[in-house]
Design a protein around this ligand. Structure first.
Ligand SMILES: O=C(CO)[C@H](O)[C@H](O)COP(=O)(O)O
Length: 239
C-alpha cells in the first residue's frame, strides 16, 4: 500500500473512532457499508467484546458478515423498525450535508436504514467534501426488466432537471453486471454538476424502473470528516 493510501486509511479510521463516542449503551444502531464504515464496525465489535449492550441492523450482506464475525448482536428492521443512530460512509458530501451514496452498491438498504434512524452520521475522509455534488458518479438502483427503456428515461428526465452525462451499467465479476443485495442492477450516472439535487431526485422518482437513487437529501444530521488538519464535525443547520 502506498504512503498516501495508508494516510487515507488512517483518516477513515480516525473518523470511525470519533463516531464511536456517539454510541451509548442500549442503542439500536444502523451499520453502514464500505471501507470507512468497516473500521466503525470494528470499533463497535471491540466495545461489544468489552460488554457494551447494543443491537445493530447492517446495511448490506457484506456488513452483516463482518458484524457477525465480530460477534455484534444483529437484528432486522422487521424486529426493530426504529433505530437511534446510523453511522455510514458516503461518496460525496456537500456543505448542506446532501450526499451521494451507493459507490459500494448498498444504497437501497442504506437509505432504508438511515430513514428508519433518529440520526444519521456520516464518517469520511476529506476527499469526499465537495462544493457541488457530481464529482462522484450518481449510482441508481434499477430493476432488470426494461433496462434500456429505464436508462433512456433516466437520461431524458435528468436532462430536464439540468443533468447530462454518460450512464453506464455497473460491471460486476466475470463480465456480468453488478447485482445488488436486492437482486437489482446499478447504473452510474456521470453528471458532472448536480446543481439542484432535489430537482434531480424528484425527476428520478418519475422513472418506474428506478428502485432508488443515491442522492441522500435531508437524511444526514452530522458528518465527521478526517484529514491532515484533524477531525472536523459538520452539522446540518436543523440538527
Ligand atoms: O454508499 C456506500 C456503499 O453503498 C459507501 O458508504 C460509499 O460508497 C463510501 O464508501 P467508502 O467508505 O468505501 O469510500
Amino acid at each position: 500500500m502506498s504512503e498516501s493510501a495508508r494516510t487515507i486509511e488512517g483518516y477513515k479510521a480516525a473518523a470511525a473512532r470519533a463516531a464511536i463516542d456517539l454510541v451509548q449503551p442500549g442503542m439500536r444502531l444502523g451499520l453502514g457499508t464500505g471501507s470507512t464504515a468497516a473500521p466503525f464496525v470494528e470499533e463497535v465489535g471491540a466495545r461489544v467484546r468489552d460488554g457494551l449492550n447494543v443491537i445493530c441492523v447492517p446495511t448490506s450482506e457484506a456488513t452483516r458478515n463482518h458484524a457477525e464475525a465480530l460477534g455484534i448482536p444483529l437484528t432486522t428492521l422487521d424486529e426493530t423498525p426504529h433505530l437511534d443512530l446510523t453511522v455510514d460512509g458516503a461518496d460525496e458530501i456537500d456543505d448542506q450535508l446532501r450526499l451521494i451514496k451507493g459507490g459500494g452498491g448498498a444504497l437501497l438498504r442504506e437509505k432504508i436504514v438511515a430513514t428508519a434512524s433518529e440520526r444519521m452520521v456520516v464518517i469520511a475522509d476529506d476527499r469526499k467534501l465537495s462544493r457541488t455534488l457530481g464529482s462522484h458518479p450518481l449510482p441508481i438502483e434499477v430493476v432488470r426488466f426494461g433496462l434500456k427503456a429505464t436508462v433512456q428515461l433516466i437520461q431524458a428526465l435528468s436532462a430536464e432537471a439540468g443533468c447530462e452525462g454518460e450512464i453506464r451499467l455497473r460491471p460486476g465479476e466475470g463480465g456480468r453486471p453488478f447485482v445488488t443485495d436486492q437482486g437489482n442492477l446499478i447504473v452510474d450516472c456521470a453528471f458532472p454538476k448536480i446543481a439542484e439535487p432535489e430537482v434531480l431526485a424528484f425527476a428520478l422518482t418519475r422513472v418506474p424502473g428506478v428502485v432508488e437513487h443515491g442522492l441522500f437529501l435531508g437524511l444526514c444530521d452530522m458528518a465527521i470528516v478526517a484529514g491532515a488538519n484533524g477531525i472536523q464535525v459538520l452539522k446540518h443547520p436543523s440538527a
